[in-house]
Design a protein around this ligand. Structure first.
Ligand code: SF4
Ligand code: SF4
Length: 596
């Protein structure tokens, strides 16, 4: 095969090998530089064999090597070497992972009996022996802490006390739920809300830890419940071995870190042709994220090199029918049973979770609810029917804008306005009591009642609020109104065209491709783009669909039939309940209470 470019990959971990694999298939000459004497990075070196067997791993490596990827082992990369690499290659992928254990900087930590978790996992996997203590403590809540604990359990004598200390609760542990469950099943204690503050030594060897108890109070910068120390809660825990596994960090000392910043949406650094991804970019994460980054970087390099090669993605699945998707989410289908070796056999390094058969794997994957196609969770959990789902045709509108050129208003090309998903959601403000249920259940951490376009059914309430819509009409055509900072915009659909207007301006657009047919601008306006108009085109479709649905949907019908009805009086979406609709519901019921 003709070589189409030279790519150099720093380290043969999952991300580097994934990138190298696709680029080798595309015809690149791929040279990988690995600082250990084996490929696979953390996956082969640190993941214990009771979770992943060497055979399974080796099959993947063999497949990658067959494509022509060339791995150089025991290689260190320093500044000089990196500069040579830049001269020799067209592209470089820095995939050096996050191999540095984060230091747990408490008093007395540098003492005998304190082990590095990665060193422990690598050496154990390499059949090196450790003399273990009788009271062993692991600190941390991530997957490395769980792997370390389960490895200790397998190596330690039966009468050894093993426990994990974690400063938050089990619920907040970043480790996979399956790993936490396995730790607990294997009889290891997890002490929640405990933070060690110093290591106490005796004769130069660890004797105990001084710890404090924590409580959760408020939220931290990442939005997680914040652990706060409880005053006067100090206590001592005896131990003769400590393994702090509180995280891992990348180690890249051959390039100025400032040059490794990437543009959003790309993996290319400030050095042209040099890419970074996987744990080296995002910090310690999952192997699947690292593999995904490697593939995406390969796609970017293939495109940049102008190579005609399409990465074969898994077969595109057929688009499912929306009705069927809704039916699927109403059915409870239990997970396929995964076979695990019994607890009495767990004091060994045999694979615990057995691989699913082909048929079972297919059955399990068929439970997928395809929420990337239709989520709708917020619609189904809203007790007030205040979120409405409608469908539009996915489209990519090529927008233009009007600017001043040489003192004249001219139409120039602007941007693409894409609608990728057919299902869209409207927030019907009149019916929302801001209970926050939709936020609680949104699987993508959205706040639908705050994020989605706000549509009013009551014009008076609409005119008192901001950043909101109202569907009006002029007798023959529907008109969507938008109010922002006391100004109104309107979007009208006539039989032949769309008319977008605000203040003194009016723009007429073709219905087929949203092109500007003619415009009349307020003289003070220097520039106007069509992004709001495109958004209003979609929301108009939703608002009309909602009103039409009253004819066929009895629940909406009952809420919509009273034109003046608005159950809540609102101001800037701060809610004040009035005994409107909910009181009527109460009155019509046979049994119930109502609180004013
Ligand atoms: S916050 Fe509003 S939209 Fe969300 S569930 Fe509650 S009532 Fe419905
Ligand atoms: S806002 Fe959240 S819950 Fe609603 S459809 Fe989107 S992802 Fe689903």
């Amino acid at each position: 095969m003709e070589v189409v470019g030279y790519i150099l990959v720093g380290r043969a971990g999952p991300s580097g090998l994934s990138c190298g694999y696709y680029l080798a298939l595309a015809g690149f000459n791929v040279e990988v530089y690995e600082n250990k004497n084996m490929p696979g990075g953390m996956v082969s070196g640190a993941i214990p064999s009771f979770r992943l067997t060497n055979n399974d791993f080796q099959e993947d490596i063999d497949r990658i090597l067959e494509t022509g990827v060339n791995i150089h082992y025991n290689q260190n990369i320093d500044k000089k070497r990196f500069s040579e690499f830049r001269d020799q290659s067209d592209y470089i992928y820095i995939a050096t992972g996050a191999p540095n254990t984060r230091k747990f900087n408490i008093e007395g930590i540098n003492t005998k009996g304190v082990l590095d978790p990665l060193d422990f996992l690598f050496k154990t996997k390499n059949n090196q022996n450790f003399k273990l203590g009788k009271n062993i403590i692991i600190i941390g809540g991530g997957n490395t802490a769980m792997d370390t604990t389960r490895t200790v359990y397998r190596l330690a004598d039966n009468d050894t006390n093993i426990s994990i200390l974690y400063r938050r609760t089990i619920e907040q542990m970043p480790a996979d739920m399956g790993e936490i469950k396995a730790v607990l099943e294997e009889g290891i204690k997890i002490q929640e809300l405990v933070l060690p503050i110093s290591v106490n030594n005796e004769d130069g060897k660890i004797r105990s830890l001084t710890c404090v108890r924590m409580k959760l109070e408020g939220l931290d910068a990442a939005g997680r419940p914040k652990p706060v120390e409880i005053e006067n809660s100090e206590f001592e825990v005896f131990c003769d071995m400590l393994i702090p596994a509180i995280g891992q960090d990348p180690k890249i000392d051959f390039v100025d870190p400032k040059l490794l910043k990437i543009e959003q949406g790309t993996y290319e650094t400030k050095i042209p042709g040099v890419y970074i991804g996987g744990d080296a970019l995002r910090g310690a994460s999952t192997a699947i994220n690292a593999i995904g980054d490697g593939r995406k970087i390969a796609v970017q390099i293939i495109k940049k090199a102008g190579v005609n090669f399409e990465i074969d993605l898994p077969q595109q699945r057929e688009k499912a029918d929306h009705r069927q998707l809704m039916i699927n989410r109403m059915k409870k289908v239990s997970a396929v049973k995964v076979n695990e070796i019994p607890l009495k056999e767990r004091k060994s390094f045999s694979l615990v979770t057995q691989t699913l058969s082909n048929a079972k794997a297919k059955k399990e994957s068929s439970r997928c609810l395809k929420c990337d196609e239709l989520c709708n969770t917020c619609v189904t959990v809203c007790p007030n029917l205040a979120l409405y789902q409608y469908n539009v045709n996915p489209v990519q509108l090529e927008l233009t804008k009007i600017v001043i050129i040489n003192g004249q208003h001219e139409v120039v090309t602007d941007t693409i306005f894409p609608i990728f998903q057919s299902p869209q959601i409207l927030h019907i403000v009149d019916w929302c009591n801001e209970c926050g249920n939709c936020t609680t259940f949104c699987p993508t951490s959205g706040s639908p009642y705050l994020d989605k376009p706000h549509l009013y059914l009551n014009k008076e309430a609409f005119e008192k609020d901001d950043d909101c819509y109202f569907l009006d009409n002029n007798g023959s055509n529907p008109i969507l109104l938008y109010r922002k900072d006391g100004h109104f915009m309107q979007f009208e659909e006539t039989e032949m065209e769309f008319v977008f207007s605000h203040d003194q301006s009016e723009i007429r657009l073709t219905k087929s491709d949203f092109e500007i047919k003619e415009f009349k601008l307020d003289g003070t306006l220097e520039e106007i783009d069509l992004r709001k108009a495109a958004e209003m085109r979609v929301i108009l479709e939703g608002a009309e669909s909602l009103l039409k649905s009253q004819a066929s949907n009895t629940e909406y019908k009952s809420q919509l039939k009273n034109e003046n009805y608005s159950p809540f009086v609102k101001g800037a979406r701060g809610i004040q309940k009035t005994p409107g609709f909910l009181f009527q519901v109460f009155e019509n019921d046979t049994k119930g209470y109502f609180q004013f």
